[in-house]
Design a protein around this ligand. Structure first.
Ligand SMILES: C[S@@+](CC[C@H](N)C(=O)[O-])C[C@H]1O[C@@H](n2cnc3c(N)ncnc32)[C@H](O)[C@@H]1O
Length: 277
């Protein structure tokens, strides 16, 4: 009996790699961060971004990250032969992203010379105007991670302590009022973030996927379910497909609540999958 040929309409992966990615959780061991990007307080690894991009797109399709930081999504897209557009509010991060893209192009050589990789310094809330101004093509996939509310302002955060002693490392993304990480009211933050994600819809191809990497936020002894709120509310605009949980297994445990209360060391992020259906 002849086997049916594997028809792959979504990506360029073989069935084995496809299935491996569909596991609902993963541990990622990234290479150490490069010098230029340590300044940014919360980036995701390019190697992780590349796995998502290679699952949700084919070569030469277009990836968008509306809050691109120092450009992980762009580098990952270029490495896998995808076009990409990144928007970033903080001019210094946008500049770092631009430099890294130029360096990466040199490293990768001939094969990526025609791969468009565009960094735009701007406010993601203005994406409709930016799309017109910069003549965005139709977007095949969105990979992004927002500020985790105003968590970087929290004094007790363990990683922040280290950063306070090292002046060249940023503690917050910026002082700009448009920076979503500077909105202290949770509901206001959530609705502005949702507004941005909803405004992407006219730019996306039908059936394009969106992946939002996010965490629930712990503040003042309680959880603000940012990931779950996003999943529920954004699920009214896009179809919420599922979650893939990114477990970090390389972070030192801190003695929160030791001897008195349950305070978890939260070492997982939700990679929420939506589809423009
Ligand atoms: C979690 S970080 C993203 C990091 C990025 N994934 C990376 O790997 O470098 C969130 C980013 O959103 C940016 N940001 C905050 N508000 C923004 C806005 N209104 N428009 C565009 N970017 C914004 C911050 O400056 C920050 O770099």
């Amino acid at each position: 009996m002849s086997k049916r040929p594997f028809v792959n309409r979504l990506n360029d992966l073989d069935p084995k790699t496809w299935l491996k990615f569909q596991k609902s959780w993963f541990v990622h061991a990234p290479p150490p961060r490069k010098k230029g990007v340590i300044r940014h307080p919360a980036k995701f690894p390019e190697t992780l971004a590349q796995e998502f991009i290679e699952f949700f797109t084919k070569q030469e399709q277009v990836v968008l990250d509306p809050m691109v930081g120092t450009g992980s999504t762009l580098l990952a897209a270029m490495r896998s032969g995808r076009y990409s557009i990144g928007i970033e509010l903080n001019p210094q991060y946008a500049e770092i992203a631009d430099q890294l893209v130029t360096e990466e192009k040199k490293i990768l050589g001939e094969s990526v010379q025609d791969i468009l990789c565009h960094v735009i310094q701007g406010d993601a809330a203005q994406i409709t105007n930016l799309g017109v101004e910069f003549e965005f093509p139709e977007i095949d996939y969105v990979l992004t991670s927002p500020p985790y509310w105003d968590m970087l302002h929290a004094k007790g955060a363990q990683t922040q302590k280290k950063r306070r002693d090292t002046p060249e490392l940023d503690i917050q993304y910026s002082d700009a009022p448009e920076d979503l990480g500077n909105i202290h009211d949770y509901d206001e933050f959530l609705s502005k973030l949702i507004e941005i994600y909803v405004s992407l819809k006219p730019l996306l191809k039908p059936r394009a996927y969106l992946t939002v990497i996010v965490k629930n936020v712990k503040k003042g002894g309680k959880i603000y379910p940012l990931a779950w709120d996003l999943a529920r509310i954004l699920g009214e605009t896009y179809t919420l497909k599922d979650e893939k949980i990114w477990c970090q297994d390389d972070i030192r445990l801190a003695p929160y609540g030791l001897g008195s209360a349950w305070v978890s060391n939260t070492f997982h992020h939700y990679c929420l999958q939506f589809r423009n259906e």
